[in-house]
Design a protein around this ligand. Structure first.
Ligand SMILES: Nc1nc2c(c(=O)[nH]1)N[C@H]1C(S)=C(S)[C@@H](COP(=O)(O)OP(=O)(O)OC[C@H]3O[C@@H](n4cnc5c(=O)[nH]c(N)nc54)[C@H](O)[C@@H]3O)O[C@H]1N2
Ligand SMILES: Nc1nc2c(c(=O)[nH]1)N[C@H]1C(S)=C(S)[C@@H](COP(=O)(O)OP(=O)(O)OC[C@H]3O[C@@H](n4cnc5c(=O)[nH]c(N)nc54)[C@H](O)[C@@H]3O)O[C@H]1N2
Ligand SMILES: [Mo]
Length: 708
């Protein structure tokens, strides 16, 4: 098989090309791209796709603005200034690839583990994500990257309880009579799920938000329970307590499909609503009311659904919180009906052909023990010297689909690491991001409109195809093509390095798996999307993926891994209760969830979207503001021992007392002080899954006078 560049017909009549939104969002929308004379003129949502339903978010409806942005990187470049200064000159692809291959070869001779790929979900595509790139890094024997920055805490907790990340089918959510938005803000981050919630609301459903902040979504719910960040596990224990005490249980489902109910009963007895209310900073009536709403709806045979999201995972006990919440649907039998149960992610629905995509078998030829670096501690790890435990100091980094200088925690350390003159850094990007400023070689990558890809999703159960709509702009190349060329420059002869993007896409899903038996790449490219063969109510009759096949209230695996085998509460690292000394100095909890018009740090440079967000803000409660002499619109300085940032105060009761909220993730270079919320976040990891604790942060805030 040979690598063939896609040939795109240039028709004078507008043509519609079927594409897929590549962004890190559960919705993975089916797109229709209008192309006229080789130019993409419009991107619309496919009206026929069941979850997209013809609707796009503001960001992606502006996709052409991003693609044809004046500051798109169009040529390979090399650094001429010092690191971080962002000064580059254009070079040829040949010079770029030869320089990179030579430098990597040198390091490979000594110890290939000194090379680190750093990537996340700039595109969620299986081809332009971790396929050719991973084949390349496995073949080199580079360090592996533990991709923990987003979902690994909750994912681990969910799997301990239910065995696999399957959950409620989004397409049936409108039939629920009670929907709990637990730590999510779907108007911003999961719009097509929110559309279903709206429909349920029209049909009479009750919608409850559990969120320390009155987010856009919480504001539109019937009830908003504003608990303290990081206390969700306790709230779930309180709900269990009330369900059991008031006998709001589905005993038949419990006896047939769960493990450890007696032990759970004893544990839950320790969590009366009074204790829970105190920890969560809410009222006893809120705990009891929530449990009664949940249990009684199920008793009436109605459909109840919990949308557990990412907001509640980014704290020390984030894994346990999701584990506890995942016990609730089985207690009331909510899994019995389509639309009921719980959704964290649908990502395990997709039988991906990981062995083919990434070729892990290519690793290990150097006879060195493999080394894995956690992306969430990249700050510390870049600054670590060679040692027996750590292995070799990091000498080269290849960054793609990620912007760690803006998004990784404890940014001062991340910046110090990226500023090391002795690290050879290659960045594949669309734009000169905060991270790109630190590149030695900066390579122009294609956007989704310019390359082919195939997608799984984490919010619905359709396989998705992306056709290239236009030719690559300038000299941009797809990630897969760049790694294919690098492999050729390194002299790798394995046939897998000659697979084209279509060759890869054609085998991305395992056709031997019953769910993907009908997968046919050519057909998928024509139709754009296809549902997996998967039941609408995945656990209606049990069938959990745990060792016992049941929903495990008691988990022997957790015990073996050093956790409490039963649901418990793990307090935050930084909170009033868990660290009173720190709270005396830094009394406010700070969270930095996504701004509606940005997608992590993507789109921040799209003018129309940045204009809508304005500038970095900090929402602060009127009482907390008054105590500090802060008035609405004032510039404030937010700080703790790790760093500081400036923002404009919005004095509002949307932030509960004791909480401040800085919607994120801003590019640092667009902020007055060149900083963002990750100045104050820490590199401490969650209880499970080694994930970051972005929302487990104490700060102080003061009015700031701009020096003249
Ligand atoms: N527009 C937009 N959409 C996005 C993204 C984006 O940046 N912008 N990012 C995408 C990505 S990568 C992800 S992971 C998802 C994230 O999207 P969500 O899953 O919605 O998660 P977050 O936005 O992190 O947080 C959601 C809510 O959780 C609340 N929260 C914070 N801490 C806690 C807590 O301790 N407990 C509870 N109960 N709630 C808490 C926050 O106040 C926030 O309103 O969205 C995806 N979609
Ligand atoms: N303070 C704080 N920090 C956070 C979070 C938070 O809520 N608060 N959220 C965290 C979460 S949930 C996540 S998932 C991470 C997200 O972190 P990242 O995955 O790093 O996401 P982005 O910041 O959007 O950066 C993705 C980059 O990939 C580039 N890109 C897109 N497509 C391609 C492509 O095809 N090829 C190449 N080469 N590049 C491409 C984009 O231009 C963009 O600059 O951030 C985390 N950081
Ligand atoms: Mo994420």
């Amino acid at each position: 098989m040979t690598a063939v560049a896609p040939i795109i017909p240039i028709a004078s009549e507008p043509v519609l090309v079927r594409a897929t939104c590549p962004h890190d969002c559960p919705d993975t929308c089916a797109l229709l791209v209008t192309v006229k004379e080789g130019i993409a003129t419009e991107v619309r949502g496919d009206p026929d796709h069941p979850t997209t339903a013809g609707v796009l978010c503001t960001k992606v409806s502006r996709y052409t603005e991003r693609t044809y942005h004046q500051q798109r990187l169009l040529h390979p470049m090399k650094r001429v200034g010092h690191k971080g200064e962002g000064k580059f000159v254009q070079i040829s692809w040949d010079e770029a690839l030869t320089t990179i291959a030579a430098r990597l070869q040198e390091i490979v001779q000594k110890d290939p583990r000194a090379i680190l790929p750093y990537s996340y979900a700039g595109t969620m595509g299986l081809v332009q994500g971790e396929s050719m790139s991973m084949r390349f890094f496995n073949r080199i024997g580079a360090s592996l990257l533990d991709r923990t920055i987003c979902a690994s805490a909750g994912g681990t907790g969910y799997r301990y309880t239910l065995g696999t990340r399957l959950g409620t089918d989004t397409e049936h959510v409108q039939n629920a009579s009670l929907i709990i938005l637990w730590g999510g803000n779907p108007i911003a981050s999961n719009l097509h799920f929110w559309m279903r919630v709206q429909e349920a609301k029209r049909r009479g459903a009750k919608i409850i938000a559990i969120d320390p902040y009155r987010s856009l979504s919480a504001d539109k719910c019937h009830q908003h329970i504003a608990l303290l960040p990081g206390t969700d596990a306790a709230l779930a224990l309180g709900i269990m307590h009330v369900l059991i005490k008031e006998d709001l249980l589905d005993k038949d489902y419990i006896s047939r499909h769960t493990l450890g109910f007696e032990a759970l009963q004893q544990r839950a007895a320790e969590w009366p609503p009074e204790r829970v209310a105190e920890i969560c900073g809410i009222t006893v009536a809120e705990v009891e009311g929530l449990a009664r709403d949940y249990g009684s709806a199920a008793q009436r045979g109605e459909i109840t659904m919990i949308r557990a999201n990412y907001g509640l995972q980014r704290v020390r006990g984030g894994g346990m919180a999701v584990r506890n919440i995942a016990c609730l649907p089985a207690l009331v039998g909510a899994w019995r009906k389509a639309g009921g149960g719980m959704q964290l992610s649908t990502s395990d629905s997709f039988p991906k052909n990981t062995q083919f995509l990434q070729r892990p078998d290519l690793a290990g030829r150097h006879g060195l023990p493999p080394r894995t670096i956690n992306m969430s501690t990249i700050g510390d790890d870049l600054l670590r010297p060679t040692s027996a435990e750590f292995g070799p100091r990091i000498e080269a980094m290849i960054v793609y689909n990620a912007n760690p200088v803006a998004v990784a925690p404890e940014s001062a350390k991340v910046v110090a690491g990226f500023a090391r003159e002795d690290v050879f850094t290659v960045v594949l990007e669309h734009f000169q991001t905060d991270t790109a400023d630190y590149a030695d070689i900066l390579l122009p990558a294609t956007t989704q409109l310019e390359h082919v890809d195939v997608h799984s999703t984490y919010g619905h159960v359709y396989m998705m195809a992306n056709n290239a709509a236009i030719a690559p702009l300038g000299e941009a190349k797809s990630n897969a093509e760049i790694f294919r060329l690098l492999a050729a420059h390194m002299g790798f002869e394995e046939a897998c390095f000659r697979d084209s993007d279509d060759d890869i896409a054609a085998q991305a899903f395992d056709r031997n798996h019953p769910r993907a038996a009908d997968f046919d790449w050519q057909k998928l490219k024509e139709t754009g999307w296809q549902r997996l063969n998967i039941a609408a109510a995945p656990f209606a009759d049990g069938g959990f993926g745990t060792p016992s096949g049941k929903c495990e209230f008691y988990s022997a695996n957790m015990l073996a891994d050093g956790y409490d085998p039963l649901p418990t509460y793990i307090p935050p690292y930084e909170s009033r209760d868990s660290n009173p000394d720190l709270a005396a100095k830094y009394p406010l909890a700070m969270i930095s969830p996504p701004a509606r018009n940005f997608l992590n740090s993507s789109f921040v440079n799209v003018q129309s979207l940045r204009d809508t967000e304005g500038e970095p803000h900090l929402d602060i409660h009127p009482d907390d503001a008054a105590e500090r002499g802060i008035i609405n619109g004032a510039t404030v300085r937010i700080f703790n021992d790790r760093g500081s940032m400036l923002a404009k105060a919005r004095v509002t009761p949307k932030a509960r007392v004791g909480l401040v909220v800085g919607l994120s993730i801003w590019w640092k270079k667009f902020a007055a002080d060149g900083k963002n919320a990750n100045e104050v976040t820490s590199q401490r990891l969650t209880d499970m899954g080694k994930a970051p604790t972005f929302y487990d942060v104490l700060v102080e805030v003061e009015a700031y006078t701009i020096p003249v």
